[in-house]
Ligand binder design. Structure first.
Ligand SMILES: NC(=O)c1ccc[n+]([C@@H]2O[C@H](COP(=O)([O-])OP(=O)(O)OC[C@H]3O[C@@H](n4cnc5c(N)ncnc54)[C@H](O)[C@@H]3O)[C@@H](O)[C@H]2O)c1
Length: 259
């Protein structure tokens, strides 16, 4: 460790740290989980049973079933995690999906409720359940995965945008309420090449996806993001190099939305 207070040669949390990754079987989650394991971090993957079956986590990781949108399931999963690990140094919540490509005027209320539950309620419930374990570690970091659509609202995605905008607000509130022990930040990815574009890992394939070349043409970086592009920013927000970053939303979209 250097006098900087962090190791400049190391991006993420220190070896031996314990990090829970909710949605760790998804496209972005799998890359993050592998990067954490490769750098000596202990990882717990919490995900839907269907996603755990579709993309089983590496054997070194602790795997736990959870439905983040259901309070009883969250209590059970984090209860089991707390029995194994009474302290957590980090939690990343990647749970989320898109459904119901429709104007608000015609959007069924059931779809609205499902999208809010999967993208916002799940983050509220998991944060509540993880906070005692994160506080027990003395210093910890929470990362909530939002979307650029939280700020850059487009037609037919507004219900998803509302959930992700809510998540950004939740992040700010959690940051204010839990400093200095627990830092809380959000990552806002732009379109990224994962199963999300077809309906989501562990879920039914309900969309064709978006043509990579068409989207790439409007990105200043001239390509669609790959899940690897989100890994460094998540490692940074988890690790000590971002120790004075709190309540922020880090946009990672190749410059499509410039604030
Ligand atoms: N891929 C993109 O274009 C994109 C863009 C912006 C934001 N995001 C967000 O990034 C995050 C990760 O998405 P991804 O691209 O890896 O997609 P993905 O579909 O591969 O992964 C999403 C993960 O969330 C999990 N999940 C969904 N509902 C859950 C629930 N109720 N409880 C627990 N886990 C649940 C899934 O099982 C899956 O592992 C999501 O929150 C998504 O909204 C994705």
């Amino acid at each position: 460790m250097s006098t900087l207070g962090f190791d400049p040669a190391r991006l993420g949390p220190p070896a031996g740290a314990r990090v829970a990754v909710v949605g760790g079987c998804g496209g972005m989650g799998r890359v993050l989980v592998q990067a954490l394991l490769d750098t000596g971090v202990e990882v717990a993957v919490l995900d839907l049973p269907s996603s755990l079956a579709e993309h089983a986590p590496p054997p070194q990781a602790l795997a736990l079933e959870i439905d983040g949108s259901q309070a009883a399931s969250v209590t059970q999963a984090f209860g089991a995690l707390g029995q194994r690990w009474p302290q957590l140094n980090g939690m990343v919540n990647l749970a989320g999906f898109f459904k119901g490509y429709e104007r608000l005027q015609h959007l069924p209320v059931e779809v609205f409720d499902e999208v809010i539950a999967g993208n916002l309620r799940s983050h509220f419930l998991c944060a509540q359940a993880a906070l005692p374990l994160l506080h027990a570690a003395g210093q910890a970091s929470m990362v909530q995965v939002a979307s650029t659509l939280a700020v850059d609202v487009v037609k037919r995605y507004a219900h998803y945008s509302a959930a992700k905008a809510g998540l950004v607000a939740l992040t700010k509130g959690l940051a204010r309420e839990n400093a200095p022990a627990v830092r809380v930040n959000a990552l806002a990815p732009g379109l990224t090449q994962t199963a999300f574009l077809q309906g989501g890992t562990g879920r039914e394939r309900i969309f064709q996806g978006i043509k990579e070349e068409d989207y790439a043409a409007m990105v200043p970086m001239k390509r669609m993001a790959q899940p690897q592009d989100m890994c460094g920013p998540m490692m940074f927000l988890l690790g000590p190099a971002s120790g004075f970053v709190n309540g922020e939303t880090l946009i990672v979209d190749g410059g499509v939305y410039v604030q």
